[in-house]
Write a protein that binds this ligand. Structure first.
Ligand code: SRM
Ligand code: SF4
Length: 557
């Protein structure tokens, strides 16, 4: 519907895939290679996994004339990032048995396991299935994991709002049984005739992301999503949601047609039925109007800008059969996680633990993975992931708090919160090397060291208590949402980063590129100067992001 240009090759792969089956069975049974067939490479994503290889080993293997060492990353679908203790125990053991052992909490409130060999995918997914976890639609051109403000402490209505993440995720699942047949050995259907009114055979032109925010906290970075729902609460009652469309934080170096964008609020819907209908129909508009020839320009943000906000809204309303009401007022005042103990309105306790870059593992900094296992084995706490890659040991009854506290102390888990600087606790890095095939530079393996060098600069300028939000990615795809940070480090080549500045602390203003291709020395020198002038010339209560926006860019707005 959108354009007459030649569709991208992935469009044909989707349409011919017989409900995402493709030749995945054949690929799996091919013992000659650890990879899947080329067309299945795209399809396997819809089942929640990516074919990868360890880039650290590439050269050595190539020198020995060996093929790449292929393995798979599996990403789970965990709407709103909530796991029971039984599920955490299972994830711990599955990670140990089939993957590198590291449980990686992502920026979209789920977990990933890396390094799974092709023949281990089935046992991995079957083990997850036993505890009611799956990886359906965690990747691919469909709706992905739905994120939601994570901490039950934030609102008495948290449970009610959080439930939408699960409802929406279920509503938007593809109808195909392919996942169950291929990975869980469900009986295969003879003739493929599953009807999927939403995705049809085409699926969406590109990935689709939904976030739910509960003002005044924007920990879910709701405006960074293709579709953001902003909960409107009046007199302690959930009235409905503002619907924001067109967020997306990826660019491509050297392609001026690509840009990061925050979602535009289109209007308001009252009640569950209308809200879910509007959500569903935003996807159908994107399905029918999105760009299917250029995947770099296929996200909803481009569809919205091409159609124009008014036409998009009208098309949406026509499909919904009702008009959106004018947007309700809301304001976000914070985005950071609240570390440590918090008690909610029902007197349950929640402990937010800083997990640097979301890597749950036992390391020199502490036996975090062992500790979390022991906590889960008590059965007294649930686990919630935050969009800042941290974990909330949650829903602990008053009478169980001491037992969990003892375990936190036994494993010195509090140290992670107490010893990390505010700057470190407000940082995020994407995975990047060695597994991400798109990485141009390091991110999660480098940011901790860079922060160790930035901290003395903060101390020097009297800013050690300042929770400036910084985010690093190994390429411009933006997986750690660096364009929505006060300081964004965006990899351009090995050891080089563009420095972005001027995003606000609440996630409602994007930053801008300040300097290009800086090495570490350049980054540190720039930050030293900027911190100095921030300390001496900021306005009262002005954050670093607001200061740099005002002093470096405001005149260009
Ligand atoms: Fe991402 C691709 C990791 C959140 C934008 N992202 C990838 C891949 C799968 C690389 C690939 O295509 O082969 C990375 C896998 C690395 C690895 O080895 O694990 C990857 N993305 C991640 C995660 C794990 C980063 C993290 O360290 O937490 C996040 C997983 C989220 C999840 O659980 O679903 C992750 N990715 C994001 C976000 C942030 C968000 O959604 O809040 C973004 C920017 C927001 C957005 O989508 O606009 C993001 N990832 C991308 C893009 C650019 C998409 C585009 O519009 O062009 C790609 C590349 C692509 O899709 O072609 C990508
Ligand atoms: Fe890979 Fe780039 Fe995403 Fe980092 S931002 S995980 S380097 S795709």
């Amino acid at each position: 519907m959108a354009e007459n240009k030649k569709p991208s090759p992935i469009e044909g792969i989707k349409e011919r895939s017989r409900g995402l089956r493709g030749t995945l069975e054949e690929s799996l049974n091919d013992e000659i290679t650890g990879a899947v067939r080329e067309a299945d490479h795209a399809l396997v994503k819809f089942h929640g996994m990516y074919e990868q290889d360890d880039r650290d080993l590439r050269e050595e293997r190539a020198n020995k004339k060996l093929d790449k060492l292929f393995s798979f990353m599996i990403r789970l679908r965990i709407p709103g990032g909530y796991m029971t203790p039984e599920q955490w125990v299972a994830a711990h053991h599955i990670a140990g048995q089939y993957s590198t052992g590291v449980i990686k909490i992502t920026t979209r409130q789920t977990i990933q396991l890396h390094g799974i060999l092709k023949h281990e995918i089935k046992p991995t997914l079957q083990a997850f299935d036993k505890v009611k976890l799956d990886s359906i639609a965690a990747c691919g051109d469909v709706n992905r994991n739905v994120v939601c403000s994570s901490n039950p402490k934030e609102s008495p209505l948290h449970g009610q709002i959080h439930a939408y993440a699960d409802k929406i995720s279920r509503m938007l699942l593809p109808k195909t049984r392919a996942y169950y047949e291929i990975w869980l050995d469900e009986e295969k259907i003879e003739t493929y005739n599953e009807n999927d009114p939403l995705y049809q055979d085409r699926y969406l032109p590109r990935k689709f992301k939904i976030g739910i925010g509960i003002p005044p906290n924007n920990d879910a970075d709701v405006l960074a999503n293709d579709l953001g729902l902003i909960a409107i609460i009046e007199n302690d009652e959930l009235k409905g949601f503002n619907i924001a469309v067109g967020g997306g934080l990826s660019t491509t170096h050297g392609n001026p047609d690509t840009y990061p964008r925050l979602a535009t609020v289109l209007g308001y819907t009252a009640g569950e039925e209308k809200t879910l209908k509007a959500v569903y129909q935003v996807l159908t508009v994107q399905r029918d109007f999105g760009n299917r020839s250029d995947r770099k320009l296929a996200r909803v943000k481009y569809t919205l800008d091409n159609m124009g906000v008014e036409s998009f809204r009208k098309e949406l309303e026509a499909r919904c059969g009702f008009e959106l009401e004018p947007a309700k007022e809301f304001s976000f005042i914070q985005r950071e996680d609240r570390y440590g103990w918090m008690q909610d309105h029902e007197n349950n306790w929640h402990y937010t633990l800083f997990v640097e870059n979301g890597r749950v593992t036992d390391s020199v900094t502490g036996p975090v993975k062992t500790a979390l296992l022991e906590i889960a084995e008590t059965g007294k706490a649930n686990f919630r992931f935050t969009s800042n890659q941290n974990i909330i040991i949650s829903d602990i009854k008053q009478e169980d708090k001491m037992a969990i506290d003892d375990l936190l102390e036994k494993y010195a888990l509090n140290n992670a919160n107490n010893s990390a600087s505010e700057f470190r606790k407000n940082s995020i890095a994407c995975v990047a090397l060695p597994t991400c095939p798109l990485a141009l530079a390091e991110a999660q393996r480098y940011l901790p060291d860079l922060i160790t060098k930035i901290e003395p600069l903060l101390d020097k300028h009297g800013l050690s208590g300042d929770g400036i939000i910084s985010r690093m990615t190994g390429c411009p795809n933006g997986c750690a949402r660096p364009y929505a940070a006060e300081i964004g480090f965006i990899g351009t080549a090995a050891g080089q980063y563009n420095l972005h500045l001027g995003g606000d602390r609440e996630g409602t203003r994007l930053n801008r590129k300040y300097k290009e291709h800086l090495h570490e020395d350049g980054l540190l020198a720039e930050l030293d100067t900027l911190f100095g002038s921030y300390n001496s010339s900021r306005l009262a209560t002005e954050t670093f992001g607001d200061f740099t926006h005002r002093t470096l860019f405001a005149e260009k707005v």
